[in-house]
Design a protein around this ligand. Structure first.
Ligand code: TYD
Ligand code: MG
Length: 457
């Protein structure tokens, strides 16, 4: 049988090329042309007649109310933070992608989940092109909370073989570690190539939908922070999870950036121990555990991570600049947001950071993605500037406008309640929306000047 033919299609614009080229001839994108198999469809009888007007009868559309509303089945892995981030567990027939830098713990997490699912009576096939079964065994032996002995492992990178083994074992879940190491016979290009990643993902997705098997694939992360391979990979799958963390810290943050079966931006927290990953049920307490009281330049805020409030510490240091243009370094927040807040502090509250280097960071590798954390950043900056520690029992919560006005942020009650639970007694927030939570007093601020006065006093 002759080898199936391939075409080379640009993943950016879809233009077809007869052979591989480094740059798309149509749109000029570099490295976007990927091999894909030519799908030859058998000619359909009566096709010409149909083209003349009579269309093939497919299933008729249904009214939405007639569509049976089945509750979504979910398999709990029993790893609480993993299940939480997924929206309650793994959905049969779904395909998920878990991305993260090498060594962050993706394989460990999935092996632990696989072990727990097997213990609960599910069949899991763990196909690894990254490690041999012996190496997986060594990892499994380190785990104490799970016995991974029953997990089916396969050291195979040919997709057809993996799918065959999954079907033969009647696997409920197939783990592919990693999508960059597998290849399909349908293409000649090497594993990891954009075309391979795309085609293998497409085949895995069809396999998941047709058989009801859940599929989880591991994806490597590029320097830019995206999952290596085409962006379409993220579009294909149902759920995208990122596993991140600071190399030096033991915390690992698992976050959903896409979830067809749950809410996005949910954050699950683990700590990496000698014996595998352990879920951290109370992230706020852990993030604040290292906080040193009585030091200037520290302020605590409450972020909404998905549906859950999480407390984090913002630290700032304003120091006399050695030379030339002062530095502005932001870790865990957008440098542009820092620039805006510094400008507002200068113009609206007569503070000056002009000849100071400014460093701001967020603890535990968390990112500030919402304006509600502005007030905490400003408080940390002002506290450092005047070298006056902010009171340790105060939570800062609010958005700062360009006029220096302080605006309320959403989900106030839940954030404040989380702070109250952790022993905070006061909230500095916007005067425009006084939230009431027992045990905590809210200090309403109109303008950033009031914050500066309160902290500098
Ligand atoms: P791993 O799951 O291999 O990461 P990834 O698949 O994302 O590349 O994690 C490997 C790291 O985790 C490695 O540095 C060793 C460490 N580790 C522990 O600290 N404790 C453990 O019990 C295990 C299994 C790994
Ligand atoms: Mg791995």
């Amino acid at each position: 049988m002759p080898k199936p033919k391939s075409v080379y299609r640009c993943t950016e614009c879809g233009h077809e090329h007869p052979k591989w080229v480094g740059r798309c001839e149509a749109c000029g994108a570099w490295n976007a042309v990927a091999e894909e198999p030519v799908v030859v469809r058998a000619p359909v009888r009566g096709a010409s007649k149909r083209a003349a007007g009579a269309h093939a009868a497919g299933p008729p559309p249904a009214r939405l109310r007639e569509v049976a509303a089945r509750p979504l089945e979910r398999w709990r892995t029993g790893l609480p933070e993993f299940d939480f981030v997924l929206g309650g567990g793994i959905v049969p027939g779904s395909m998920s992608l878990i991305g993260g830098e090498p060594g962050i713990g993706k394989s460990t997490l999935l092996l632990q989940a696989a072990a727990r699912l097997e213990a609960g009576g599910r069949t899991v096939l763990y196909a690894s092109g990254e490690e041999s079964p012996d190496q997986i065994r060594l990892r499994a032996d380190r785990l104490v909370d799970e016995d991974a002995g029953a997990v089916h492992v396969l050291g195979e990178t040919r997709l057809e073989a993996i799918l065959g083994a999954a079907a033969a074992a009647r696997a409920d879940l197939v783990v592919i570690d990693s999508i960059q190491t597998v290849y399909t016979e349908a293409l000649e290009s090497a594993p990891g190539n954009v075309g391979q990643v795309r085609e293998c993902s497409g085949q895995l997705m069809r396999f998941a939908k047709e058989t009801g098997t859940a599929v989880v694939v591991v994806g490597h992360v590029t320097k830019g922070g995206g999952i290596a391979g085409p962006k379409t990979l993220e579009h294909i799958v149902d759920t995208v999870l990122y596993f991140e963390g600071e190399a030096t810290l033991d915390y690992r943050l698992l976050r959903t950036t896409k979830n067809r079966f749950g809410s996005v931006d949910e954050l699950g927290v683990f700590s990496m121990t000698e014996h595998g990953l352990v879920a951290v049920p109370n992230p706020s307490a852990v993030f604040l555990a290292a906080r040193a009281e009585g030091i200037s330049g520290s302020a605590v805020t409450a972020l909404m991570e998905g549906t859950r409030p999480v407390l984090v510490e913002v630290q700032a240091l304003a120091a006399r600049s050695g030379y030339g243009t002062p530095q502005r370094v932001a870790t865990g927040l957008d440098p542009k947001r820092l620039a805006v807040l510094l400008a507002v502090l200068e113009r609206r509250a007569q503070t000056s950071f002009a000849d100071l280097d400014v460093f701001v960071q967020v603890t535990a590798g968390v990112r500030l993605n919402e304006p509600g954390s502005d007030l905490a950043v400003a408080a940390a900056l002002v506290s450092s500037l005047y070298n006056r520690p902010a009171p340790p029992d105060v939570l800062f919560l609010g958005e700062i406008g360009l006029g220096g006005e302080i605006r309320p942020s959403g989900g106030l009650e839940r954030r404040i309640a989380e702070a109250a639970r952790l022993g905070f007694r006061r909230v500095y927030g916007s005067a425009r929306s006084p939230a009431q939570v027992p045990g905590i007093s809210v200090v309403g601020l109109e303008h950033i000047e009031q914050l500066v006065r309160a902290l500098a006093a």
